[in-house]
Design a protein around this ligand. Structure first.
Ligand code: 1GP
Length: 252
């Protein structure tokens, strides 16, 4: 039996290996773009695809995932903006609770409504403490979630939020400056959070260069997510993947 994706996350973390997740927003890609991205991802050693978006207006979520699955073995993990973004064709689901906000709907309300549906999907469910950090501009996620992001310089708030998430039983922490953020999350904030939790740490939002991806890993990020920059220039996949996988393995 294949090990669960979460156990892969844990193994890699134990070994100090960093991972690269390419984010695909079904609203923003057509079949040709998916083909191009998948081809580059296979050749660059991309570890995961995250699929989802804050809105997902289009109805081709299933189709998008089926196309990826038909062309490669890279695991597809749903990163849903709403409970309707569940597809049985994916491998796993980031079961997000917006722990940086105070909107009960996104902490627990929508989960209650969609629980039977999510359970019946057969997907591997990964409870994820989702933390939105101010990225310098209102992003779709902050508007839709109607929740104030953590201020970019409040490293202690980020640390305490992540610690609380872990103690509440979250299996992952995802720190996100929001898609297309002007300012990605700072390394000191990532470092502060990483030093105080034991579960894998996902970082995303506004990462556009291999250098930034590398520094985020050095600061303690375990999985780096890039979406927008790749939508604009898919060839970045190769350089960013090389940077992330060149981080010296520091087993813990
Ligand atoms: C957004 O973390 C993701 O939720 C990725 O952000 O699209 O800016 O890379 P970008």
């Amino acid at each position: 039996m294949k090990p669960s994706i979460y156990s892969q996350f844990l193994d890699k973390k134990r070994q100090g290996k960093k991972s690269f997740a390419v984010l695909i927003d079904p609203d923003k890609v057509d079949s040709n773009k998916i083909h191009e991205v998948v081809h580059l991802a296979i050749n660059s050693g991309v570890d995961y695809f995250f699929v989802g978006g804050s809105l997902v207006i289009s109805s081709h979520l299933d189709q998008c995932i089926q196309q990826i699955k038909a062309s490669c073995d890279i695991p597809v993990i749903l990163f849903p903006g709403s409970p309707s973004q569940v597809s049985k064709y994916a491998d796993a689901l980031l079961y997000l609770s917006l722990i940086s906000g105070r909107n009960p709907e996104l902490l627990i309300g929508q989960h209650v409504i969609s629980a039977p549906f999510v359970r019946n999907s057969g997907l591997e469910i990964m409870p994820t403490g989702y933390m939105v950090v101010d990225g310098g501009a209102p992003t779709t996620v902050s508007y839709i979630s109607n929740a104030t992001p953590i201020p970019a310089d409040k490293n202690d708030i980020a640390m305490c939020t992540a610690m609380a998430g872990e103690m509440l039983g979250m299996k992952l922490i995802y720190m996100d400056a929001g898609s297309g953020a002007k300012r990605p999350i700072s390394e000191p904030m990532i470092e502060k959070v990483a030093r105080n939790i034991d579960i894998p740490l996902i970082i995303g939002g506004g990462i556009t260069t291999p250098e930034k991806a590398y520094l985020n890993c050095k600061a303690g990020g375990d999985i780096i997510v890039v979406g927008n920059a790749i939508e604009k220039d898919a060839t970045l996949i190769n350089e960013i993947s090389a940077a992330i996988h060149s981080v010296p393995v520091a087993a813990i």
